[in-house]
Design a protein. Sequence first.
Length: 304
Amino acid sequence: MMETRLDLDLVAAFVAVLDQGGFTAAARALNRTQSAVSMQVQRLEAVAGVKLLDRDRRRPAATPEGEAMLGYARRLLALQREALQSVARPGLRGRVRLGVMADYSATLVPPILARFAASHPGIEVEVITGLTAEMPRQLGRELDLAIVMHDAAKLDDSTGELLRYETPVWATARGHAVTQRRRPLPLALSPSGCLFRAWAIAALEQAGIPWRMAYLSANYAAVEAAVRAGLAVSVFKAGTMARDLRPLGVADGFPPLPRAAICLHLPPVRAGSGPGQAAIVLREHIRVALNDMVETQSAIVAAG
């Protein structure tokens, strides 16, 4: 008879291996032996009846079935923590300074924080938006938590906890198809330091496509407005791109772009210090809510 109950210790081991980048690091994080963590993941795979981890890489990666399981696993663990926290610390108070990418701050983060405020009225959240290249270095000083974009091909122990992957998409206005055929190609991008800016320029130059900077702004809404008005082409995340913009791909003559990884960063733990309880509670809330919301947004964009 197939086992139908999920042991949360097995679930936690599976998530830790992916979040920590390997069995050894997961064992340290969970205060267990490496063999114990490996055995727990194997038991979870036996319960699920499928292989959840690809162990043939330097860093273990989720199989397609593992990716599906990961979302549920995070929700189960977050629900467990939320239940315990609501009983143990019903009046938790504090302030969290959250660094967020501009597009996420305009689309996904406000409803996430509204829900968090309803369940944790004693925690004040201060949101700081902008380019996230400098945010990891500001943790522990100006920031308590940060949602940061990285090159998915360059993830390591310094890139925080992986939340999900994002697909960068070239985009133009639906009513201004002529924009994409102009040469040099007019671009609307953020200033230096933006990963999408670097990727876009490098991809165009490698493809031999001449370009010019038509609209330069650190304001996400301004870049989006420039594209919508037919002034330029830009690059957006598939999960946050406005539905009235049209994605452009290889069939339209645009070069492919690298995959992005969205990661959650906490301040480095030093002797006698570490992230406050309020930041940890907010992190748990973001883990589940952001993953769910971005998946929904991506499905909507793909359908549009």
